[in-house]
Design a protein around this ligand. Structure first.
Ligand SMILES: *Cc1c(COP(=O)(O)O)cnc(C)c1O
Length: 486
């Protein structure tokens, strides 16, 4: 299972190309490039053949876990299987060879696709207008909060505070601060939902908005959303929805109907773009009429031209806009994939996606609740949060359970999030898993719970079957240096 670095496979003089005989007069590099552009030393490159390269990268690709290889229940991330047809379609030359500075008249198809994708997302979210520009959920949050700021400022009172529950994703407080607001954190109640009393206490004239994830990061639907919306709007504040968990409610409930003024979509989560390796992603933001003037420019719009023909164009004439969030028009390839995914599923298909995601999560919840502590036992939505506190009494931490799962060829769930659950194990199976693959995961989790009782050492020293065992993750994040020193 071990694999050398490609530099270690290098052999002097070996290469993976052959060039035709030179049939023009040879020139020295100094005659072609200015002196300062010429490197002093040869670049340090591996000398390998084509087959060396292919085999090396194929081997490396299967050492890593990925959703095409196995179950990937990383909570909050919606690691669903991404149908390959979306990749094929997004790479059609008509899409992939477009240049972002092409005149509008030469890329009407692409504009139409963006316009229609916007219409679908508005329908799914119950929103009036939309921007496709932000490149991830976090950037969508920032865009939304900047619009909320612009809204209050326009009304003559730029409010400073944003309320978030203690179960919120880390990007929420980060976006609050980045957008120039301060966070007010409120405690969840014993059911894991927004505590209305706490909310009432925190709501005053300085509150610009409440930022809420629904279903929340415990996988629970905020059943008092109507009361929450009423309270927030009565105070002159707005309601932001973190839409990362939209996979739980497509076609069943719309954020707009619940009173949300703004919602971001994580296309790479809900609408099937491969993710987890750092991008690219896409985080469109839908808004109600009240926030529409502040949307980033440009918007994709449709009009009837002088010849009476429909045409699509970029609308830059928006004087109250917060400006651009991204170069050009966002990550277009991701938009194509989301469009294909929505068109293939249709309205009824998207509803089934969410229904099955919820059924799968509840199946896991019921199957594992006798083996792991379940702090919030109510009916869950698309994900369920267990706690490893029982195992901890045997000296087995949640991190150990996560590492042990790797020995079964399974990806670990999200751990230690949400922060309000000690030793949290946050499991999101998604709709794309069969009963067989869920059962395989359940069996592994039950076996690990038994090991924690009878043979805790095997869990504490896991993983045993991976190319490397425990890595210093802190060092890897803070002190990353991947340069080959030769
Ligand atoms: C993933 C996620 C985000 C951030 O989205 P990115 O697209 O990763 O920037 C925000 N909130 C929740 C609940 C999430 O799961």
């Amino acid at each position: 299972m071990s694999e050398k670095l490609i530099f270690e496979l290098s052999s002097p003089g070996r290469n993976g190309y052959s060039l035709p005989q030179l049939d023009v007069p040879e020139k020295k590099i100094e005659e072609l490039l200015p002196k300062e552009k010429i490197r002093e030393k040869e670049p340090l490159l591996p000398e390998v053949s084509e087959v060396d390269v292919v085999r090396h990268f194929v081997r490396v690709s299967i050492m890593n876990h990925h959703v095409d290889k196995g179950f990937y229940p990383l909570g909050s991330c919606t690691m669903k299987y991404n149908p390959k047809i979306n990749e094929t379609l997004s790479r059609l030359p008509g899409f992939s060879y477009l240049h972002p500075q092409q005149p509008e008249g030469t890329c009407q198809g692409a504009l139409k696709l963006m316009f229609e994708l916007g219409e679908y997302l508005k329908e799914i979210g119950g929103m009036d207008e939309i921007t496709l520009q932000p490149s991830a959920g976090a950037q969508g949050e920032l865009a939304g909060l900047l619009m909320i700021h612009a809204y209050h400022k326009k009304k003559g009172n730029p409010r400073s505070k944003i309320i978030i529950p203690d179960s919120a994703h880390g990007t929420n407080p980060a976006s609050v601060v980045t957008s120039g607001h301060t966070t007010v954190q409120i405690k969840s109640n014993e059911k894991g939902l927004v505590d209305l009393e706490e909310l009432k206490r925190a709501t005053d004239e300085e509150v610009a908005a409440l930022m809420l994830t629904n279903p929340n990061t415990l996988g629970l639907f905020e059943s008092q959303i109507s009361e929450i919306s009423q309270m927030i709007h009565d105070a002159g504040a707005l309601l932001y929805m973190d839409g990362a968990n939209l996979n739980a409610m497509m076609g069943m409930a719309k954020p707009g109907d619940m009173g949300f003024d703004v919602v971001h979509f994580n296309l790479h989560k809900t609408f099937s773009t491969p993710h987890g390796g750092g991008g690219p992603g896409s985080g469109p933001v839908g808004v109600k009429e009240n926030l529409a003037p502040f949307l980033p420019v440009p918007l994709v719009a449709k009009r009837i031209n002088k010849k009476g023909v429909e045409e699509y164009y970029f609308d830059f004439k928006r004087p109250d806009s917060i400006g651009r969030m991204h170069s050009f028009y966002g990550n277009f390839g991701v938009l194509v994939k989301a469009y294909c995914y929505i068109r293939q599923n249709g309205a009824s298909g998207l509803r089934e996606v969410s229904e099955n995601a919820v059924i799968n999560a509840n199946y896991l919840k019921e199957s594992l609740k006798g083996h792991y502590h379940l702090p919030y036992p109510d009916h869950c939505q698309h994900e369920v949060v267990f706690s490893g506190t029982n195992q901890k009494t045997k000296g087995v931490k949640t991190l150990d359970i996560a590492k042990r799962l790797l020995d079964f060829g399974l990806h670990a769930p999200t751990v230690y999030f949400p922060l309000i659950v000690p030793e949290a194990l946050m499991i999101e199976p998604t709709e794309t898993e069969s009963k067989e693959s869920l059962d395989e995961f359940i069996q592994a989790m039950i076996q690990i719970a038994e090991e924690a009782e009878k043979n805790p050492e095997i869990v504490k020293s896991a993983p045993h079957n991976t190319p490397v065992t425990r890595l210093d993750e802190g060092k890897a994040a803070r002190d990353l240096d991947v340069r080959w020193k030769g």
